[in-house]
Design a protein around this ligand. Structure first.
Ligand SMILES: *[C@@H]1O[C@H](CO)[C@@H](O)[C@H](O)[C@H]1NC(C)=O
Length: 265
């Protein structure tokens, strides 16, 4: 069957759309000076952040996992451009994934990329249009046989692939840092537990003394779609958590919002 399909597609002159491959020695983003000659193979906003939430109330996602916030491109000094191409502010992202045969990506997102009000689709659309459209290496010009929304799939796939390799819950638990309604932790305890596993210091955010976000910072060699992600310390903010007394509260799953289920036409 696969060979028949191959023969048929060759006969019809169909070639799979694909992002152009980048040289193995493409410059690493934010680690070279001067003008970037190939913005498809070196990310212009080259400080890339995989950001994760810990939502305890309303709770989102599984009890023993952090959830995905997004994958953000920042300039090398920590500032950033946002909402870069309104002509590619795609909607119905769940349906696009199903249409393109990526139900596996969608079901992962439905578990781990959660909106605190249950409006996952709107949250994905917001993350894509605000941040995803700003990647120079995911520009449609970087593709051969480009088909609409190919770069959206690469953005979503890279986001979940990185997230799977950044298991914050396990990394903290390995250091004895587990959710508790009575215990508190110091900034140094949390930072060093994550630093040990990630290889660089992530950004911690708190709200009312409660740990609720971690941002892992990377530079990238090659494109964000297929490149090599290198853990780095952040330039810019180091987060807003206090030095001590940080709460890491158990998720109250009774507060999880019901997901608004869309339907595809
Ligand atoms: C998702 O990314 C992984 C890792 O780069 C890759 O192996 C896989 O082929 C990608 N999947 C899709 C649908 O692009």
């Amino acid at each position: 069957m696969p060979s028949t399909l191959f023969a048929l597609s060759t006969l019809l002159g169909l070639a799979a759309a694909a992002i152009e491959s980048c040289p193995a020695n493409a410059p690493i983003s934010c680690q070279t000076s001067g003008t970037i000659s190939n913005t498809c193979c070196t990310e212009v906003q080259g400080q890339v952040l995989q950001t994760q939430f810990w939502d305890s109330n309303p709770a989102t996602g599984p009890a023993k996992s952090w959830t995905i916030h997004g994958l953000w491109p920042d300039n090398c000094d920590g500032t950033y451009e946002a909402t870069c191409d309104s002509s590619r502010a795609y909607t119905d992202i769940g349906c696009i994934l199903l249409d393109k045969g990526h139900g596996d990506i969608l079901s992962y997102m439905e578990t781990y990329w959660k909106d605190y009000q249950g409006d996952d689709e709107s949250f994905w659309e917001h993350e894509w249009s605000k941040h995803g459209t700003c990647y120079s290496t995911l520009n449609p010009d970087c593709y051969s046989n480009y088909e609409k929304e190919d770069e959206l799939v690469d953005f979503l796939n890279t986001t979940i692939t990185l997230f799977k390799d950044l298991p914050t819950y396990e990394w903290l638990a390995d250091a004895g840092i587990t959710p508790s309604s009575s215990k508190t932790y110091t900034n140094a305890q949390i930072s060093s537990a994550l630093q040990k596993q990630f290889g660089a210091t992530p950004i911690l955010s708190c709200s009312s003394g409660e740990l609720n976000q971690v941002e892992y910072v990377f530079n990238v060699r090659g494109s964000v779609a297929k490149g090599q992600f290198i853990a780095v310390n952040p330039t810019g903010t180091k987060g807003n958590c206090p030095k001590s007394g940080i709460k890491y509260l158990p998720k109250d799953l009774s507060t999880t919002p019901k997901a608004n289920e869309g339907s595809c036409s």
